[in-house]
Design a protein around this ligand. Structure first.
Ligand SMILES: [Mg+2]
Length: 165
């Protein structure tokens, strides 16, 4: 089932905080591309939470460069990024890798120097895989999410079952 394997992330973890960032460094990764909704904070939040800030300061202390890569079509994600003090790509069009490429361009990084972290297989993981970045799936921050994301979860479970992740 190649189609399912193509959607398999390199790593699955429970949360951003539980990622072994030293191990990422050892792989030569210096740039972390982050989804926001249900990855770094609650779905459709208008501002970062303490959790978001903690993740960013941990990564910053470890010397990683960061960029939000968000599909949000409003100023919401760029406002959040500004509050977190990191750059942002909006209208990223994930699963299309174009937004990830824009982020890599901006960060002057090659795909092998970056990892994409997100909570959705059909957007974050596919975009990460297609762009050639190391790709990490996190379990969603909260079960509360907008209907069109919720609607995709049963299909995600099918993919995860067949691709075993
Ligand atoms: Mg998300």
């Amino acid at each position: 089932m190649n189609i399912f394997r193509a959607m398999k992330p390199d790593l699955v973890v429970s949360s951003v905080k539980s990622i072994d960032f030293q191990a990422l460094k050892a792989r030569g990764i210096s740039v972390v591309l982050l989804d926001f909704d249900n990855t770094l904070g609650p779905d459709h939040a208008t501002e970062p939470t303490d959790y978001s800030r903690e993740c960013v300061s941990t990564l910053d202390a470890l010397g990683f460069e960061m960029c939000l890569v968000s599909n949000a079509k409003s100023g919401r994600s760029s406002n959040i990024a500004a509050m977190l003090g990191i750059p942002c790509i909006t209208y990223a069009h994930k699963p299309n890798p174009s937004g990830v490429y824009r982020a890599l361009d901006m960060m002057k990084a090659k795909p092998e120097q970056a990892c994409m972290i997100g909570d959705q297989v059909f957007t974050d993981v596919i975009a990460g895989r297609l762009s050639g970045c190391y790709t990490i799936l996190v379990e969603r921050y909260s079960r509360k999410e907008i209907w069109y994301v919720k609607a995709k979860r049963p299909f995600e479970r099918i993919v995860r079952f067949f691709a075993r992740f």
